[in-house]
Design a protein around this ligand. Structure first.
Ligand code: GUN
Ligand code: ZN
Length: 450
């Protein structure tokens, strides 16, 4: 009940974190580092009930909040939590399966493992490990593919809800070209997805993605059902794979002879929208890039997976061209991807660009892993930076976490943007989960390195 008694403490908890901070205020692909990066070498982040109230210079803000309980992280660097826009929950236990490219890898390794997720107890057990691994690697939001079984999506939703995380999840829809034990039907996938949306979409910080696995494993009827769900629930996402592997592209063309290209399969069923996220996009034509840009859809750049499965080198400079910009976010694509670490993923993104004679600065790489990913998910009003009012998901980096990193970064705190760029680049190349000292979710400590 509302009280007019001025002695009653208002229902607000303020607290603060002192350290060095950096985040993005704009896209470093289109403006300079000075215009896109905010860096505060001695800062104070003021939090109110899990949201960002203010970030500024320590001396200025400390004077305005004299009694605020403050946690200090000296010699550390704090940035927004990583946002991984494409990861497969059931593939956690099969990272590093030897020797195959996409279609054989799916048939020989992936599908048998995904069958285990029919069992809710098993899915619950793995969901805990999966979320622990995300937080340990500094990932505070992910767009997640579950298995075909709705229980597997429920397991991730429940665990993410317990940790107060902003997560996007979808059960995969797949009604052909997979083993019998792993397929649904168009109607069943529609019905099960609908129940999941009604149960979980916008429940706390959770959101739903309608997830036809890829064109090969869906009949036209199922893709139509996916389109119908997007019409009925206009603010859910569409999440799938696109143009990852040459054999996949050839088989897709055979299965959908009426389509002009791969993207057109999805277009025909109303699946190309501004809330669509397409993973890989390695072999796109100019026209496909153009249509993705026009639709304001997003691409998940999955460098470790694209290398591991021998899929190819993503054309980041085409996707991020000024003339035809597309939203791109970085993604691990575990278990085609080889690490949960977005630092390692950024490191491989750099190397992929090198092979294409392109340079990705540390700021561009980390933009793709934070604010750029949040923009790809249309969540940049909620996560991805320390802007006032956003949800306070952030990570504490120890850029001297290993002996070699300490040699490479002999001082912990950069004194200029140039020095920050140098230190961040070394951290991307040498870093992994050991670099993540702590992860905060909605203003609270969710993981601390032992
Ligand atoms: N295409 C369809 N399913 C998958 C998957 O599980 N992983 C990857 N990398 N590509 C896919
Ligand atoms: Zn994938």
């Amino acid at each position: 009940m509302y009280s007019t008694d001025s002695t009653v403490a208002p229902d607000v908890t303020l607290k603060a974190i002192r350290s060095a901070f950096f985040d993005f205020v704009d896209d470093p692909f289109y403006v300079s580092a000075a215009q896109s990066v905010r860096y505060i070498s001695d800062g104070l982040l003021v939090l109110e009930n899990g949201y960002v109230k203010e970030l500024g210079d320590y001396t200025t803000l400390a004077a305005r909040y004299p009694d605020i309980p403050t946690t200090a992280y000296p010699n550390r660097l704090i940035m927004p939590g990583f946002v991984d826009i494409h990861i497969h929950f059931p593939q956690t236990e099969m990272i590093g399966a030897y020797g195959e490219q996409l279609l054989d890898w799916l048939n020989n390794y992936t599908f048998p493992i995904e069958a285990k997720f029919k069992d809710k107890d098993y899915a619950d057990q793995l969901a805990k490990i999966f979320i622990d691994e995300l937080l340990k690697n500094g990932t505070t939001t992910a767009m997640v593919l579950a298995a075909v079984f709705p229980e597997s999506a429920t397991a991730v939703f429940e665990e993410a809800q317990r940790r107060k995380m902003r997560m996007i999840v979808g059960k995969v829809m797949m009604d052909r070209n997979a083993p019998d034990f792993l397929v649904d039907t168009a109607q069943q996938s529609y019905d099960e997805t609908k129940v999941l949306i009604q149960t979980w979409h916008k429940c706390d910080r959770l959101l739903y993605a309608v997830t036809p696995r890829f064109a090969i494993t869906s009949t036209p009827d199922q893709l139509q059902a996916a389109g119908k769900l997007l019409e009925e629930f206009p603010d859910v996402y569409l999440h799938t794979h696109l143009s990852e592997n040459q054999k996949e592209i050839e088989l897709t063309a055979e299965l959908f002879p009426g389509s002009t290209d791969y993207l057109n399969v999805y277009e025909q069923f109303g699946l190309l929208t501004e809330r669509s996220i397409f993973a890989h996009c390695i072999h796109l034509s100019e026209s496909e890039f153009e249509r993705l840009s026009e639709a304001r859809a997003a691409i998940a750049f999955c460098p470790t997976s694209n290398l591991f499965l021998g899929s190819g080198l993503f054309k980041i400079e085409t996707a991020k061209s000024a003339q035809q910009p597309i939203n791109v976010g970085l993604a691990t694509d575990v278990g085609g991807g080889t690490s949960f670490s977005m630092l390692k993923t950024a490191s491989e993104a750099y190397k992929v660009a090198q092979l294409r004679r392109q340079q990705l600065s540390p700021f561009k790489l980390l933009f793709l892993a934070t604010l750029g990913a949040a923009r790809s998910l249309m969540l940049d009003d909620k996560i991805g930076s320390f802007e006032t009012g956003k949800e306070a998901d952030f990570i504490v980096l120890d850029i001297q976490a290993t002996p070699v990193m300490a040699l490479r970064n002999p001082t912990a705190t950069a004194q200029s943007l140039e020095e920050l760029a140098e230190k961040l680049f070394a951290t991307i190349i040498l870093g992994d989960d050991r670099t993540i000292e702590a992860t905060y979710v909605l203003g609270d400590l969710a993981y601390k390195k032992r």
